[in-house]
Design a protein. Structure first.
Length: 137
């Protein structure tokens, strides 16, 4: 009988502990949810302010701070844009140089081919003259 009572007491205690832990966990999650919800509201309010909305509730000091933040962000955006533009210009200059070199090589090949054609044309005309002279004899 003692063992049964002992076992009953153990299970009852374990059940109370489990229930207490669940309650603590639920309270913890409820608090975490409330904190996250408040944080979300602050972030949404800030986003609206950055978009130029709901500004009537802001004081002069808050508006100046917002303006400073926007100016700082704009400077960073322009700096990054300039970096990308300079990189793009540099890449285009490299491509231009490569294309100019390729164009020069092709021009040299065309000149050599033209020279070869002129030489062949001269040789052919000489051969034709010689051939026509030999037929006349």
């Amino acid at each position: 009988m003692e063992k049964i009572l002992e076992r009953h007491e153990r299970y009852t205690y374990a059940e109370r502990q489990l229930h207490a832990t669940e309650t603590e966990t639920n309270i913890s999650w409820t608090l975490e949810h409330a904190k996250l919800k408040a944080r979300l509201e602050v972030l949404q309010k800030n986003q609206r302010h950055f978009m130029g909305e709901d500004l009537k509730s802001l004081s002069l000091k808050e508006l100046q701070s917002l303006e400073q933040q926007l100016d700082s962000g704009l400077k960073q955006i322009r700096s990054r844009k300039n970096q990308l533009m300079y990189a793009s210009i540099s890449e285009l200059q490299k491509k231009d140089k490569a294309l100019q070199e390729q164009n020069n090589q092709l021009a040299r090949k065309v000149k050599l081919l033209y020279t070869d054609i002129c030489e062949l044309s001269f040789i052919f005309s000489q051969w034709t003259k010689i051939n026509s002279l030999s037929k006349d004899r």
